[in-house]
Design a protein. Structure first.
Length: 319
């Protein structure tokens, strides 16, 4: 009987061991397959994400780009409709020359002042290469975020109380007396190579002998792109300037004012008031699309965003 039992265990035990090992290997196989499937899924997601890289859209300009209180700006409407990153560069009352300076694409100089050893701000005057005064930043009530004067890093701000530009060094050090025409080294903003530029400037400046176009070309050069759109001025009495912009930029020009005059109210689903009809008769943008003589309301900015999207599709900038 004892021998019979021993034979039974000799047969059963190896079988049990084989079954247990088989279950262990099967479990490991299933785990490895799940892990492989998970990794494959992650790789596909990464690949899809990398294929969705889109050009950054830079919206450059003044209050018609930044928007005003209680008004949604056209860049915000672009964000709602497009997956592209939207970047805004400018200031509320900035003119095109000031923009070209801030972008580091127009040389400016200083002379005859002393940078103190402490970090107290000191008044400066911007000059051109001939030593002539440049008022662009003062007229625009703006400054320069980062610059170097005579190897001293600092910032230039606009002081509304004194109507002056102030240079403030970042760190205390030796004082520096500037007695010759000294170029300001302006830190250029980081601009991605693959970009689309939307330029809407000119409402806060006169265009004298084509100066607006000259400054705009400097701004466009800063972005090193052939994908750009220049928006027409929509304020009154600028038809000659708009004609120059149209002739200069060709297919890159968006005649937004003409669109507002012909289709703006209809597309915004607004019934023209007597004031709107009078404005249209005088070749002016209807007041129902404006908040003042320069700035548009939400309808204005929504219409502009729509027209820009259509233009970008037309030019093949976006799909």
């Amino acid at each position: 009987m004892k021998k019979h039992n021993n034979k039974f265990f000799i047969i059963i035990v190896p079988i049990c061991i084989i079954l247990i090992l088989a279950m262990i290997f099967y479990d490991r196989y299933q785990t490895s397959q799940l892990a492989k499937k998970y990794n494959d899924t992650n790789n596909q997601t990464t690949q899809v994400s990398s294929n969705n890289d889109l050009a950054t859209i830079y919206c450059v300009g003044d209050s018609l780009t930044l928007g005003t209180n209680d008004v949604t700006s056209y860049p915000d409407y672009l964000k709602e409709s497009l997956k592209n990153d939207i970047e805004i560069i400018g200031d509320n009352h900035i003119n095109s020359q000031a923009l070209a300076i801030k972008l580091g694409n127009q040389d400016v100089y200083v002379n005859n002042f002393t940078i103190p050893s402490d970090t107290n701000a000191v008044s400066i005057t911007l000059l051109n290469e001939n030593g002539e005064v440049i008022d662009a930043l003062i007229n625009s009530q703006t400054g320069i975020e980062s610059c170097i004067i005579n190897n001293i890093a600092g910032t230039i701000s606009y002081d509304s109380n004194s109507n002056q530009l102030l240079f403030k060094r970042l760190e205390a050090g030796d004082s520096s007396m500037i007695t010759t025409l000294t170029k300001i080294e302006i830190t250029k903003p980081e601009i991605l190579n693959d970009n689309i530029l939307i330029l809407f400037t000119g409402s806060y400046e006169e265009s004298i002998q084509g100066s607006l176009v000259n400054y705009q070309k400097q701004i466009i050069d800063s972005f090193n792109t052939d994908k750009y759109i220049v928006v027409s001025l929509t304020i009154d009495n600028r038809d000659a300037t708009n004609n120059l912009l149209a002739n200069t930029y060709g297919e890159h020009y968006l005649d937004f004012k003409n669109y507002l005059l012909t289709n703006g109210l209809n597309d915004a689903k607004i019934t023209a008031t007597s004031e709107d009809q009078m404005a249209l008769a005088n070749n002016s943008v209807p007041s129902s699309l404006l908040i003042d003589d320069i700035n548009g309301n939400n309808y204005y900015h929504q219409l502009l965003a729509n027209q820009l999207i259509n233009k970008m599709h037309e030019l093949g900038y976006i799909n």
